[in-house]
Write a protein of this length. Structure first.
Ligand SMILES: Nc1ncnc2c1ncn2[C@@H]1O[C@H](COP(=O)(O)OP(=O)(O)O)[C@@H](O)[C@H]1O
Ligand SMILES: [Mg+2]
Length: 301
């Protein structure tokens, strides 16, 4: 924030840059025209975070994600990536960041007329000078990272919904992004596939060091894999919680709207959940694990 002060150099050196948060957001306001969806949004995403943007339907999660992806300008405030300007910033600033990001949209959208390998080849052909042979190799590698070895020549219609999501993730990984944006990745997935997708996200973060920014209101995923969350309150039209979900649900200072969300209204009010291992929460996660066990691993074929 105090970037122009006399004691702070305008352009941080490489060392300072490497320590800068992956994303830093200050005083952000997003909306459409003169309509304000969210104001005073401020948070940092750190390297290796699995950061969830969460909140009720229609509160502006996807809109905020579009701002972070550079597709939509905020009404106010600033966004920086790796300490460098983004909003406000030039098209060039944003392009430089976008080259380092990948995205899996809500619909998952693979091209249905192309095989999985061909889908992954598209960004590689567009942005790299790789030979067709190396493109094929990369596609095979990315599919294997997503647990889809051997499915190179399948069409999207020939595989399950969970596998399609993972293929979309493989395509988002094509250019080895530092940051992956996911919008409602487990929407429409059965509990087994949702769990497999969660596991894959953690594996990719651990193995590749990818930072994840995920829009989702799936509590089971939030408790299972989120390092930190921001809770957007649709009514107050601002953020009403930031931090580790497991700590927030234990903290009597957590705002009521965030607590209601984190307990799905079961505890009613902030302060009533004093046991982080409360049956409501662990039960919910456990049910999904049990379902996963009883249904078997059909989606990981
Ligand atoms: N292009 C648009 N123009 C005007 N309003 C929009 C546009 N896109 C979304 N909205 C509205 O903004 C609100 C937030 O949308 P969105 O960010 O998609 O919410 P969420 O992802 O949290 O469900 C919704 O009420 C939606 O109708
Ligand atoms: Mg949305």
């Amino acid at each position: 924030m105090p970037e122009a002060s006399a004691s702070t150099p305008r352009q941080p050196g490489p060392e300072a840059r490497s320590q800068a948060p992956v994303i830093s957001i200050e005083g952000l306001q997003v909306g459409y025209g003169s309509y304000v969806l969210m104001r005073d949004v401020a948070f940092n995403v750190r390297r290796g975070d699995i950061f969830f943007i969460t909140g009720g339907s229609g509160c502006g999660k996807s809109t905020l994600l579009r701002v972070l992806m550079g597709f939509k300008e905020p009404q106010k405030g600033s966004v920086r990536f790796f300490g460098q300007p983004f909003w406000p910033g030039t098209d060039q600033d944003r392009l430089a960041v976008r080259r380092r990001t990948g995205v899996l949209f809500q619909q998952g959208a693979l091209w249905s007329s192309m095989t999985l390998a061909e889908n992954i080849a598209v960004p590689l052909r567009q942005y790299t000078g790789l030979s067709e042979r190396d493109i094929r190799r990369q596609a095979t590698l990315k599919l294997s990272l997503a647990g889809l070895s051997g499915f190179e020549d399948y069409y999207p219609s020939e595989i399950s919904g969970g596998m399609r999501k993972r293929a979309g993730l493989a395509r988002a990984l094509a250019l080895d992004p530092d940051i992956l944006f996911l919008d409602e990745p487990s929407a429409g997935l059965d509990p087994v596939s949702a769990k497999l997708l969660d596991d894959l996200i953690v594996e990719l973060r651990n193995g590749l060091g990818t930072t994840f920014v995920i829009v989702s209101h799936e509590l089971a995923s939030i408790y299972a894999i989120a390092t930190r969350i921001v809770f957007l309150d649709a009514q107050a039209r601002t953020m009403a919680g930031l931090g580790s979900p497991k700590e927030m649900v234990r903290d009597p200072a957590t705002k009521e709207s965030a607590m209601m969300f984190l307990t799905r209204g079961q505890a009613g009010q902030a302060g009533m959940v004093d046991d982080p291992q409360s049956p409501e929460i662990t039960g919910m996660v456990r049910i999904r694990q049990d379902q996963a066990a009883s249904l078997g691993d059909k989606d990981s074929l």
